[in-house]
Design a protein around this ligand. Structure first.
Ligand code: CMP
Length: 138
């Protein structure tokens, strides 16, 4: 199965792209697609449409469009739940040590990475970020 993982603006700015990739590869998961992309407002609002009624939505859109992100398609057994466990809780104060957010996140907004939280979300986000020919079989 495949899932979607992105290093967000604070992770890119702080030079944590390599650290995230290393953790994914060390876990035995396969990167089958990857690109750096600077989201415009339209794409950011589409990505986070489920949060559009939250009070932090406009702040979230400003943050996610403030620098490029690195989007990845990850393949492996139970990839969705394995990656979710590896990134840790959204709020870094609740994220376990050893998770990406537990080790590196600054606050609930600047939390280094985003990952799809279900198989359905993974499909939607992979379709949003990658064309078919950008996902590789190897
Ligand atoms: P992510 O996993 O990408 O999904 C939604 C994002 O909204 C989340 O990570 C955080 O970056 C952000 N977020 C969640 N809760 C808050 C909050 N209370 N204030 C600001 N940003 C938040």
């Amino acid at each position: 199965m495949k899932t979607f993982l992105a290093v967000k603006p604070d992770g890119v700015e702080r030079g944590l792209v390599g650290e995230v990739i290393k953790r994914v590869e060390d876990r035995g998961l396969k990167i089958v697609g990857m690109k750096m992309i600077w989201l415009d407002e339209e794409m950011a609002e589409e990505h986070y449409e489920e949060h559009k009624d939250k009070e932090f939505f406009s702040e979230l859109i400003s943050y996610i469009t403030s620098s490029p992100i690195v989007a990845m398609a990850i393949e492996g057994q139970n990839a969705v739940s394995v990656i979710r466990d590896m990134i840790g809780a959204t709020n870094p104060s609740e994220a376990s040590p050893g998770t990406i957010r537990g080790d590196y996140a600054l606050d609930i907004e600047q939390n280094v990475v985003h990952a799809a939280d279900s198989k359905e979300t993974a499909e939607r986000e992979l379709n949003m970020y990658f064309d078919e020919e950008e996902l590789h079989n190897y």
